[in-house]
Structures are given as structure tokens and as C-alpha cells.
Design a binder for this molecule. Structure first.
Ligand SMILES: Cc1cc2nc3c(=O)[nH]c(=O)nc-3n(C[C@H](O)[C@H](O)[C@H](O)COP(=O)(O)O)c2cc1C
Length: 277
């Protein structure tokens, strides 16, 4: 799978770790033997790193769309697919974009920058198309489509003149007293879009790494300035800016906290924060 540098420091690769109940977690050797595709995926995930210096080598023709295919296949709430990908490869536009991204040089250095933006109007723009495509593919039943049409309006429609979200915002905490209420995208639209776009961006970054490319996810940007520079409509909310290209030089691999400090089973059990005594 791809061109992964085998010489990188890959953290605790190869060691087994203990999990609760006395069952030793699988070693990497076990995983390699029993689940070769998982082993390849773990190598990919562990060796991706954020890169901030890029060669000026252009991307091979058509490759970015392959990477965006991986992004597109990320799951999305109600399969509404609200993420829009804006590819910026014009040197003039990248130069203008850099100041809106706190002057971060990777925005100008990378041959392309992808903006992962959430569509605030995904309900109106995508609902019928996605339901119809899933019906045609036999992926959903007409009864499910009817149910989704009703529920999705409740969850995502901001209501008449955009004010309907207010009663939803008010009813959610009250309703919660009587029954579980899920998070309501009409109320937390930006947060909702953030989840959808981030999943796409992660698929994109791993796909890029598999193709021997490097990326860096960025939240260090002024969202309204990025929109203005790229002349994006107001219904697109830019969630992440991701430069992509060939890494210039070797980047050290960052570390991760011990896995066991990040896991608890069947509840939290008062697990102390990592690093606390
Ligand atoms: C949501 C998010 C926002 C980030 N924003 C920036 C950024 O604006 N500039 C930057 O250089 N790195 C940014 N990073 C990269 C992180 O610094 C990096 O992921 C972290 O240090 C771990 O390193 P690794 O990605 O190489 O494992 C961001 C990462 C995430 C997940």
C-alpha cells in the first residue's frame, strides 16, 4: 500500500500492550499474520505526519481527484454529503490565501491546497439527490426514505426565515428531561458541518500518504477571509485547509500518548487525565 517510509520511528510498533481483563492486546506480528490489510492500514496511519515544507513538484494529473474520491466516501449524517472540496492550485490565489492563513508558508509552498467546506444548505441542495440515488441503488427502502424526509427536516431545517432553530434550541434541553434528544444540526450547524468535513479530510490525508504525498490539516486561518479570498458563497463554511504535495526533507514523527491512557471500557472509571499524578 503506497510508498511509506519504512525507516521512520513508528512509536511502539511491534510491542504488545496489556488490556483490561488480562488479555494481552495483539502484537503487530499477530496482526500482520492474521489481518494483513489491517497491518498495512496501521502502518499507513502510524506513519502519516503533518508536513510544513513542500517541493514545488506538481501533482500528477488526476491524482487529486483520486484522493478526493477517498474523501467523498467518508460517511456523513443522513448520507447528506454536505462537504464541498475546493482545490486551489493557482500560485496567485495561494499567495493571496497565505495571509488569511496566518502567513503559514505551507499554503504557498504546496502545489495544491484543498479547502474542506461544509454546505449550510445541504438539506435543500442534496437531500432529494442522495435519497433518490440510494433508492435507485436499492440501498434504502421507500419507507426509510419517507422516514428520513420527515426526520431530516426536523433535524436540519432552520425553519421559516431561519428562525425555527430557536424553538429547536429551546425544546432540546427541555425535551431531554423526558427522553434522549440527539444533537440537532439546525441548532449546531457549524459543529455538525465540522464533523462531516473532518471525516472527509482524514480520508483524504491517509489516501495522500498512501500515494507518497504529504499533507497538513490546518485550522489556523481566518474563516471569513479565506472565504473572501476564494470568493466562496456564504453558505460554505470552511472547516479545514489542507495543503498537499511532496514533502521537502524528512519530518520527524510526532508521538502519541500511551494508548491505554486513552481508553476506558464500559464507562470512564475516573481515569485520570494523561500526565496528571
Ligand atoms: C484540527 C487541526 C488543526 C491543525 N492546525 C494546524 C495549523 O494551522 N498549522 C499547522 O502547522 N499544523 C496544524 N495542525 C497539525 C498538528 O499540529 C499536528 O497534527 C499535530 O502536531 C500532530 O502531528 P502529526 O499530524 O504529524 O501526527 C492541525 C491539526 C489538526 C488536527
Amino acid at each position: 500500500m503506497g510508498q511509506i517510509d519504512p525507516h521512520v520511528n513508528a512509536g511502539n510498533m511491534g510491542k504488545s500492550t496489556a488490556s483490561p481483563g488480562g488479555n494481552p492486546a495483539r502484537s503487530d506480528q499477530d496482526t500482520e499474520a492474521l489481518y494483513p490489510e489491517l497491518a498495512a492500514f496501521l502502518r499507513l496511519a502510524r506513519t502519516r505526519r503533518s508536513v510544513r515544507h513542500f517541493k514545488d513538484t506538481p501533482l500528477p494529473q488526476g491524482l487529486i481527484e483520486q484522493l478526493l474520491t477517498a474523501a467523498q466516501w467518508a460517511p456523513s449524517g443522513y448520507n447528506l454529503q454536505p462537504t464541498h472540496f475546493i482545490v486551489i492550485d493557482s500560485p496567485a490565489l495561494k499567495k493571496k490565501l497565505r495571509p488569511a492563513c496566518m502567513g503559514q508558508s505551507q499554503v504557498e509552498e504546496a502545489p495544491a491546497v484543498v479547502l474542506f467546506a461544509g454546505n449550510r444548505n445541504a438539506l435543500q441542495h442534496n437531500m432529494e439527490a442522495t435519497l433518490q440515488a440510494d433508492l435507485d441503488a436499492g440501498a434504502i427502502t421507500p419507507a426509510y426514505a419517507r422516514q428520513i424526509r420527515r426526520f431530516i427536516q426536523l433535524a436540519l431545517d432552520p425553519g421559516l426565515g431561519g428562525t425555527g432553530w430557536m424553538w429547536k434550541a429551546f425544546l432540546a434541553p427541555v425535551g431531554k428531561i423526558m427522553m434522549p434528544v440527539p444533537s440537532i444540526p439546525a441548532v449546531q450547524k457549524t459543529y455538525w458541518l465540522g464533523k462531516q468535513a473532518a471525516l472527509c479530510a482524514m480520508n483524504f490525508m491517509l489516501a495522500a500518504h498512501a500515494a507518497g504525498l504529504a499533507t497538513v490539516p490546518m485550522e489556523g486561518f481566518d474563516e471569513s477571509r479565506v472565504r473572501a479570498v476564494c470568493e466562496l458563497p456564504a453558505h460554505l463554511h470552511v472547516v479545514l485547509v489542507v495543503p498537499v504535495g511532496y514533502a521537502a526533507g524528512d519530518m520527524p514523527l510526532k508521538t502519541r500518548l500511551p494508548l491505554q491512557s486513552m481508553i476506558s471500557y464500559n464507562g470512564y472509571q475516573g481515569k485520570p487525565a494523561a500526565g496528571s499524578t
